[in-house]
Design a protein around this ligand. Structure first.
Ligand code: NAP
Length: 273
């Protein structure tokens, strides 16, 4: 039996939902080629409404199924126990795991010499604006890596990493990063209230400032440092604020320490996972 263009998506929680939506809406993948395995009935119903084939567990998947990819989108602590049920796809399908902190060795222990990609997406994937850091093991062919690039591009920009250990480093930056930015918005909002703005206005100004600045930085040919200099006139208001933010130790040091803590935790989780 030849391999088909079918996909098995294991787990239809937040990320599974974002992936399926991206594949159908942005990658043009017909929903009926997607086989969702999800124990929760309400989530299964949601996947069926989107047009996918749904199964409560792996035993329901058709015996004739030869998917091109098996996407593992369950909680990290579930991965070890669920993998055995998908062993029959090892060697033909590429396995793509988005489970945080689960090393490729966990997959190889069950699936053997199989193509496995470990990917770390982030929360904006839910609106197609994620960033995904990924590492492929040596059994992944170029064709399979290109296919995975297309699949993950439906929810964001993919960056291939040369070493698996860099997935933990990416987790500390892009994986956890959205929370840092959310906290920055909260902080800017609080600062707005402290200088006298009504809370609602402070909230709107803070949110749109981060939104506009991020869009400007990502679309500009200038570096963030150049953009910062362009809006900072000598002895002006921005310069007064940056003197505080860029003092030593300033924001850069704080962010570095925060990311280092996230990195340490990612390594701990990977070691105990
Ligand atoms: N959310 C993010 O921003 C984000 C970012 C990067 C990476 N990730 C990774 O993505 C993975 C999924 O995260 P999530 O936020 O989507 O979690 P989630 O919402 O909890 O989704 C996981 C889903 O898998 C289902 N499930 C449990 N056991 C299963 C099994 N044996 N077979 C099939 N499905 C099963 C769960 O059902 P029950 O609830 O009934 O158990 C749940 O609906 C995690 O490993 C996480 O580390 C998430």
């Amino acid at each position: 039996m030849e391999q088909s263009d079918e996909i098995v998506l294991v787990g239809y929680g937040n990320m599974g939902f974002a992936l399926l939506e991206g594949w159908v809406a942005r990658a043009g993948i017909p929903a009926n080629l997607i086989n969702v395995v999800e124990p929760a009935e309400t989530l299964r119903r949601r996947a069926a409404t989107a047009g996918a084939q749904v199964y409560a567990d792996a035993s329901g998947l058709p015996q004739t199924l030869r998917p091109r990819a098996v996407i593992v989108a369950v909680k990290p602590q579930i991965v070890g126990a669920m993998l055995g049920a998908y062993r029959r796809f090892a060697g033909t399908a590429v396995f793509v795991s988005i489970a945080a902190g689960v090393p490729i060795s966990t997959f190889e222990a069950t699936l053997g010499d199989s193509a496995i990609v470990r990917a770390m997406p982030n929360m904006p994937a839910s609106i197609g604006m994620g960033v995904i850091a990924a590492f492929a093991n040596s059994y992944t062919s170029e064709t399979q890596a290109n296919y995975v690039t297309d699949l993950l591009a439906a929810v964001g920009n993919i960056h291939w990493l040369a070493e698996e250990r860099l997935v933990d480093a990416a987790t500390a930056i892009s994986g956890s990063g959205p929370a840092y930015i959310f906290h920055f918005i909260e902080s800017l909002e609080d600062a707005g209230v402290a200088v006298g703005l009504p809370a609602e206005t402070a909230h709107a100004l803070a949110k749109q400032t981060v939104n506009g600045a991020a869009a400007l930085a990502s679309g500009s040919s200038f570096s963030p440092a150049e953009l910062r200099q362009q809006v900072t006139s000598p002895n002006g208001t921005t310069a007064a604020a940056l003197e505080i933010l860029m003092a030593e130790p300033g924001l850069a040091d704080l962010v570095k320490r925060a990311a280092a803590a996230a990195h340490r935790r990612a390594l701990e989780l990977a070691a105990t996972g």
